[in-house]
Design a protein around this ligand. Structure first.
Ligand code: GDP
Length: 297
């Protein structure tokens, strides 16, 4: 059974002598436990190492607060640092969609939840911000995916670009732009095709679409349960396409959330939303507190 970090740390500190400040040795002992917790949460080794170093510098020499135990104190320092690394000072849910019509490019591997998330974000923009949104599917190889977006659009009351057979993704992106301008839409969302794995053809296609659309936001949708694979996907897409944020799906599952920290550390790009189920309302703004809690157990 996984013991949570607070319990582990109080165990560690019970064995240590009481002092007025956190000594280097105390902190080192505690951080060994933190490291185990991070690795168990699927944080990658180099990211865990850097993180521990930052916490060590902050914790060593801190006066022990009377009201909380040294264990709780280290947990708090770790928690605050996790939050800091995960979001910095940004507001994850605030998408850059001024200057209508603002293009949002949705990218990711097949099955990660891209189409579902496109519709969830469209619904959110419509309901919370009163935006007029147009969605377009660029997945020309999978007619079912195009139809899926249409069905979701009808369900949430958001327009989709009519499907024209035989058009390539770049032509669809151009048509979406024209339609969005003429139709007075605030935002148009381009749901690009996914593949089971990253390949040159997929990347070249997404790149071509990016170049004609010039998106204000490029959101990568990844399955949060796939851990380190999700981190590699993020690294690849960011290098090649340049993403502005990440949506982690399937966070209703029992993933420990370490991928969130690694992804942020590796790409420097913020996690904007988390998907918490298949329903259209199951999308929340990323809350670093919750993920920090999940990572620490
Ligand atoms: P795409 O191939 O990336 O466009 O993936 P889809 O949007 O078609 O999603 C694949 C499956 O994952 C569908 O059955 C979705 O309902 C499901 N799905 C998407 N997001 C979530 C989520 O946050 N939680 C859960 N449990 N299922 C999700």
């Amino acid at each position: 059974m996984f013991e949570n970090l607070s319990d582990r740390l109080s165990g560690v500190f019970d064995r240590l002598t009481k002092q007025g400040a956190l000594s280097e040795d105390d902190v080192k002992t505690a951080l060994r436990e933190v490291r185990v917790a991070l690795l168990e949460a699927d944080v990658s080794l180099p990211v865990a190492r850097d993180f521990i170093k930052a916490v060590q510098e902050k914790a060593t020499g801190q006066a022990v607060t009377k009201s909380i135990t040294p264990g709780q104190q280290v947990v708090k320092i770790v928690h605050d640092e996790l939050k800091h690394v995960l979001t910095g000072d940004e507001d994850p849910g605030a998408l850059k969609i001024d200057n209508p019509p603002a293009p949002i490019l949705m990218v990711g591997l097949q099955g990660g939840g891209k189409t579902t998330t496109t519709a969830k974000i469209a619904k959110r923009l419509k309901e919370r911000e009163g935006k007029r949104v147009l969605m377009a599917s660029l997945d020309v190889n999978r007619p079912a995916a195009m139809e899926q977006l249409q069905i979701l659009g009808t369900q949430i009351g958001v327009d989709t670009l009519p499907i024209v057979k035989g058009e390539d993704p770049v032509a669809i992106a151009k048509r979406a732009k024209t339609q969005a301008s003429l139709g007075g839409y605030d935002v148009y969302m381009l749901d690009t095709a996914g593949r089971l794995s990253i390949d040159e053809e997929l990347m070249a296609q997404v790149e071509a679409v990016r170049d004609v659309a010039n998106p204000r936001e490029t959101l990568l949708v990844v399955d949060g349960l796939t851990g380190q694979d999700a981190v590699h996907t993020a690294e690849n897409f960011d290098e090649r396409i340049g993403i502005t944020g990440v949506v982690l799906t399937r966070m209703d599952g029992d993933g420990r959330g370490g991928a969130a920290l690694s992804m942020r550390a590796v790409t420097g790009k913020p996690i904007r939303f988390v998907g918490l189920g298949e329903k259209m309302d199951a999308l929340e703004t990323f809350e670093p507190d919750r993920i920090a809690g999940r990572i620490l157990g």
